[in-house]
Design a binder for this molecule. Structure first.
Ligand SMILES: *Cc1c(COP(=O)(O)O)cnc(C)c1O
Length: 233
């Protein structure tokens, strides 16, 4: 099932209005929150719609799927990896993605740094932190974040733009709120300690976007609200 551009545009306009509303409530500039269109499980036309609408980037959570889709979508748009990355796929990911949001171990940092060096590029990354202490989620534990950042800053072919998290699945909205506040605190502390701005806070999805924006999110990763529900994968 793929959406027409007109259908997509209606959905995207609605999501943008929700972002603007959440920003207004939080006293934030709506221009400070980027809408990242999550195209996973959707066809390459989804990325083409996002490009035509003027979005900067799309997010994919599997390397192979992103690589294939990007080859089918000539539109000028950036591709970001938001799903778990295994070290043995670091090279492929470094070659085909414009930013990796899911970097959560020193081992992965080293693989990506080496691959980016061989490719002759500087690869932007975010460090994924398990800010909700969710046993079911990937991401470095908050206690490990300072050492992970230190290691990342030593990698000459990586550029650390900020932090990313996924809130635990819960019926209680306070769980997501706590997770996002925690990531923000971790960011503020790490930025002060390291003297690196760590500007980006990638947090918030379809169901918890407003809470993330209230806590300072600069990138919301939205799939369902833009493209409809996904088939179970
Ligand atoms: C799928 C996914 C999203 C988007 O989720 P929706 O609820 O469909 O908006 C955001 N972030 C990550 C890491 C994802 O895997």
């Amino acid at each position: 099932m793929s959406l027409t551009y007109e259908e997509f545009k209606q959905r995207a306009d609605r999501v943008r209005a929700q972002i603007a509303e959440a920003c207004a409530r939080a006293g934030r500039d709506p221009g400070a929150v980027e809408l990242l269109a999550v195209t996973k499980t959707h066809p390459a036309t989804a990325a083409a719609h996002a490009a035509r609408y003027g979005l900067r980037a799309v997010g994919e959570n599997r390397v192979q799927e992103g690589v294939e889709k990007r080859a089918q979508c000539p539109a000028a748009i950036a591709w970001e990896l938001i799903g778990h990355l295994q070290s043995n796929k670091a090279r492929l990911a470094a070659a085909h993605f414009d930013r990796i949001q899911s970097v959560d171990s020193v081992k992965l940092l080293n693989h990506l740094d080496r691959a980016a060096g061989e490719l002759g590029k500087v690869l932007p990354i975010l460090l994924q932190i398990n800010a909700g202490n969710d046993p079911a989620k990937f991401g470095a534990e908050p206690e490990a974040a300072p050492a992970l950042l230190e290691a990342a800053l030593r990698c000459g072919h990586l550029r650390v733009d900020g932090l990313m998290t996924i809130a635990p699945l819960s019926d209680d909205p306070a769980v997501a709120e706590r997770t996002f506040a925690n990531l923000r605190e971790i960011r503020d502390r790490l930025a002060a300690q390291s003297g690196t701005p760590l500007r980006e806070l990638s947090m918030g999805m379809t169901g918890d976007m407003a809470a993330a924006i209230a806590a300072g999110s600069t990138i919301v990763r939205v799939g369902t609200a833009l493209f409809g529900t996904r088939e179970a994968v």
